[in-house]
Design a protein around this ligand. Structure first.
Ligand code: MN
Length: 313
């Protein structure tokens, strides 16, 4: 692994907004949802009150769970995507990815899969036959800006990601750039995604023009002195230039951030679009077998896109 040593405590900046910064932060509860074969996930984004953080528009946290039958762990049949990137980061276990541009890639902890749908791609995700006892991970969606949202689909796997080390913190910068590291993965707008192994207190330097979100993945931590429990998500609006994270012992959190996206997007099922008409078209095209290609090798059924039936997005 690439290791970058950096003392994050050098020149800790003062908050740009006066008073106690945590009064400006917002805390949200994740929603529970199920995926594919019945895997229960916690969905931190989107929420009714908070649709996006930078270009990050979707955040699922699955596990930790013990894997008995693979069909009861990660088992998501062929489904399409438009207008986004899926960013998959595992903390434990493994997932096999297959897609309609011919990619077939196992992902393990510390590695990154980024699938860029562009104008259309389809994929499957499954717990492989040979698997570990546990599965635990995160999957994010990143909205593509208008200028590139119709690009050709692409897939990237990165086996090595930068780790920024300081006394009591390892920061895995898996996507974008920030906190002293830069991911090799292709990002299309200014943003960062990091998995932080924390043991004690650390101060992150923020870009005050960006917004940020924190999700705990194992143990409770404190964000600027306030407890954030697993299943909760904290949002930091633009205007801050630091964030203090602290834990009683070893803990793990994901921090995402980015420049406010500035474009209105519509999310329906697995599609990111810009208009109702477009989403209706994507739904029809998937259900009639157009646009999104075919995924080879997944031993299960393809998913059916739900019709909008009068739903106004
Ligand atoms: Mn997907």
């Amino acid at each position: 692994m690439t290791r970058i040593s950096e003392d994050l405590h050098d020149e800790v900046p003062e908050p740009m907004i006066g008073g106690n910064p945590c009064t400006e932060l917002e805390w949200y509860e994740s929603r529970k949802s199920t995926l594919g074969g019945g895997l229960t996930i916690r969905r931190a984004l989107p929420l009714r009150e908070l649709r996006m953080v930078g270009a990050w528009c979707f955040l699922d946290h699955f596990g930790p769970l013990s894997v008995q039958e693979r069909e009861e762990a990660m088992w998501v049949g062929a489904h399409p995507h438009t207008g986004l990137q899926t960013v998959t980061w595992l903390l434990d276990g493994e997932v096999m990815h297959r897609d309609s541009i011919g990619s077939e890639q196992m992902i393990r902890p510390g590695q990154l899969n980024v699938m860029t749908s562009g104008h259309g791609i389809s994929h499957t995700e499954e717990t492989p036959v040979e698997h570990s006892e546990h599965l635990h991970g995160l999957q994010f969606w990143v909205a593509l800006p208008h200028s590139v949202r119709d690009m050709e689909p692409a897939f990237e796997h990165h086996a090595q990601l930068p780790v920024v080390e300081s006394d009591n913190t390892n920061i895995h910068v898996f996507f974008g750039k920030g906190f002293g590291g830069e991911s090799p993965a292709t990002a299309h707008s200014p943003m960062v995604g990091a998995d932080i192994e924390l043991n004690g207190t650390t101060t992150l330097t923020l870009d005050p023009t960006w917004e940020y979100g924190v999700v705990t993945v194992e143990d409770p931590i404190k964000v600027n002195g306030r407890t954030l429990s697993p299943g909760q998500f904290s949002y930091t609006p633009p205007g801050f230039n630091m964030m203090e994270l602290s834990s009683e012992g070893p803990a793990r959190v994901a921090v995402i951030g980015g420049e406010p996206f500035g474009e209105k997007i519509l999310l329906w099922w697995n599609f990111v679009g810009r208009s109702q008409e477009e989403i209706v078209e994507f739904t029809k095209e998937w259900n009639s077998g157009d646009r999104f290609g075919e995924v080879e090798g997944f031993p299960g059924d393809r998913l059916v896109a739900p019709e909008l039936r009068g739903v106004r997005l």
